[in-house]
Write a protein that binds this ligand. Structure first.
Ligand code: ACO
Length: 250
């Protein structure tokens, strides 16, 4: 199962899923409004075992979360809102809704610095209440009387997202430490190598020097040691390494 960001081309499919699974339905433009205004926050679950066979086939979308940021929060606190969530009957109780929700919550914090996320759920919706309250840790703020068109009440639920901010900070600290350790051990490695050469220790496996190539500059006397900076492994966060230039540079 792939969980990925909602694309505009998925919208008819998630509208279909919404019509199948929930009595709260929306115009197509409302989905588009979410996708265009907060493209980082809505996700779909795609059945990867049934990939499209031709470019004209649709992906098999089995769940979605449609989310947004509250544009004018009444309490003045930046927060996200889950507009709609559903998983197709055939794919329920596999942890898909939980994953969709967690992805969206993370994106709310990472992208918009959300402090909490809110949602409404029918008081009779046991499956969703279990997911929100027991699995994800939402708290019921209040009950909104006759919130739904058919007169049913809604629980207005809220989840504080500070724990995600904390996790992100810890991860950042850990990766900074790892980079720090990596560069200091790299430096000491370079130092050892340089020391070995400068003390005149011939590397047994280097073979005979041919011309200037491979000649130990420390022994060459007048030329001295030249160094250039070579960028390597940027994607790995290795940064800059210093390499010894043993051939003559003009
Ligand atoms: N009864 C009790 N608990 C349930 C049920 C159920 N019918 N279904 C799932 N759960 C529990 C799971 O056991 C799991 O609990 P655990 O963490 O203790 O193991 C937890 O809920 C999460 O389960 P998932 O597998 O992630 O949930 P799933 O993918 O099945 O989707 C959902 C749950 C979205 C509520 C699904 O049942 C559904 O689509 N229902 C119809 C649409 C709907 O009600 N959407 C929510 C409306 S509210 C809103 O949109 C803001």
């Amino acid at each position: 199962m792939d969980i990925r960001l909602l694309r505009a081309s998925d919208i008819p499919l998630i509208q279909h899923a919404n019509l199948e699974n929930l009595p709260e339905n929306y115009f197509l433009k409302y989905y588009l409004y979410h996708a265009l205004s907060w493209p980082q926050l809505s996700f779909v679950a795609v059945d990867a075992s049934r990939p499209p066979k031709t470019p004209y086939d649709y992906p098999k979308i089995v769940g979605y979360v449609l989310a947004k940021m509250e544009e004018e929060p009444a309490d003045g606190v930046q927060h996200g809102h889950i507009t709609s969530l559903s998983v197709m009957r055939t794919h329920r109780r596999l942890g898909i809704a939980e994953k969709l929700m967690r992805q969206s919550q993370l994106a709310m914090v990472e992208t918009f610095g959300a402090h909490y996320v809110s949602l409404h759920v029918r008081v009779s919706n046991k499956a969703a209440i279990h997911l929100y309250r027991d699995t994800l840790g939402f708290k019921t703020e209040k009950t909104e009387s006759k919130y739904y068109a058919d007169g049913e009440d809604a629980y207005c639920m809220k989840l504080d997202l500070d724990f995600i901010r904390e996790q992100l900070r810890e991860q950042e600290d850990q990766s900074e430490e790892a980079v720090g350790e990596g560069s200091s051990s790299k430096k000491s490695g370079d130092g050892e190598g340089a020391e070995k050469k400068n003390t005149g220790g011939e590397a047994v496996d280097e073979g005979e020097a041919v011309g200037d190539v491979g000649r130990d500059p420390a022994k060459g006397g007048s030329k001295g040691e030249q160094k250039i900076k070579v960028k390597v492994g940027r994607a790995l966060g290795v940064g800059e390494l210093v390499e010894k230039v043993e051939s003559k540079h003009s």
